[in-house]
Design a protein around this ligand. Structure first.
Ligand SMILES: [Zn+2]
Length: 282
């Protein structure tokens, strides 16, 4: 099933269901401005991984109801990942399981910039429980890997027996052009290095989709960020100002950056790359 509406040349509303082996997936989104503005909710057996945004509840709800749900795993608190956690809990009685920091954030709530609120809707509060000592999906053991940098609470879920990684927002693309103000490249590189030490083939990305050569692609992103940091730091050492480095290496800021008041921008990426201790990643 796929549906893409088109109004005044602007593609709006995304709805698509697909499967990959025994994995079910539903992509939802209010707007279709690229992979970053739609979200894939994955279900493996009786387990849902992340919830999709609250403004897509009418499409997520029937997906949740299609099969018996016994477990809901959250990767981090961002509204596209956790927005329906409270609603799913109320609907099914299944309490979301989340990293400890995520549990705290979802309890007290968090602020969402206006552009994100437009794309995803508001963040629902949720009473999540911390991840138990051992997690399994069906008979498959699950290894949570703490992977901050994109968000301070983010955790990826590895299924070692399958070589599958539910990557949260660690991957998305094999390069980065924009960075949120609360993201931190040195921490992200550290997390990517930790994940790359694990054995896996397939990335299940909630934005990009199924990436079959996932480890190689994630390695490309890692190498890209180190190289970008090296180039930015070389210019910085020549006395070039960060805004000029940004322009030289990444070009002008796109409309998204301006609309977000540079909360999500190229200049943030360069500023964070200047903080990378490159020697420690060689
Ligand atoms: Zn996120």
């Amino acid at each position: 099933m796929g549906r893409y509406c088109n109004v005044w040349g602007l593609s709006v509303s995304v709805l698509e269901s697909f499967s990959y082996r025994d994995l079910d997936a539903r992509r939802v989104g209010r707007v279709n401005w690229g992979v970053n503005t739609s979200f894939i909710v994955y279900r493996l057996g009786d387990t849902l991984i992340d919830t999709g945004p609250s403004n897509q509840w009418k499409f997520v709800k029937p997906f949740v109801q299609e099969k018996l749900l016994r477990q809901l795993l959250l990767t981090h608190h961002h509204e596209d990942h956790s927005g329906n956690a409270g609603a799913i809990h109320a609907l099914t009685g299944v309490q979301p399981l989340a990293p400890e920091k995520t549990v705290e954030i979802l309890k007290r709530g968090f602020r969402i910039p206006p552009i994100q609120k437009f794309i995803w809707g508001s963040a629902g509060l949720a009473e999540a429980a911390p991840l138990p000592e051992t997690i399994a999906i069906g008979g498959d053991p699950v290894t949570p890997i703490f992977a901050p940098g994109h968000a301070k609470d983010m955790t990826c879920y590895l299924l070692p027996d399958r070589g599958w990684l539910f990557s949260a927002d660690l991957y998305i693309a094999n390069y980065l052009k924009l960075l949120r103000i609360d993201e931190h490249i040195p921490t992200l590189l550290d997390s990517m290095r930790r994940v790359l030490r694990e054995d896996f083939e397939v990335i299940l990305c909630p934005h990009r989709g199924v990436v079959e050569d996932g480890k190689a692609r994630l390695r490309e992103k890692y190498d890209f960020l180190i190289e970008l940091s090296e180039r930015a730091q070389a210019l910085h050492n020549q006395g070039v100002e960060p805004l000029e480095i940004t322009r030289q290496l990444l070009g002008n800021e796109p409309l998204t950056s301006i609309l977000s008041r540079y909360n999500f921008s190229k200049r943030n990426l360069i500023a964070s790359c200047l903080e990378v201790d490159i020697g420690s990643f060689r």
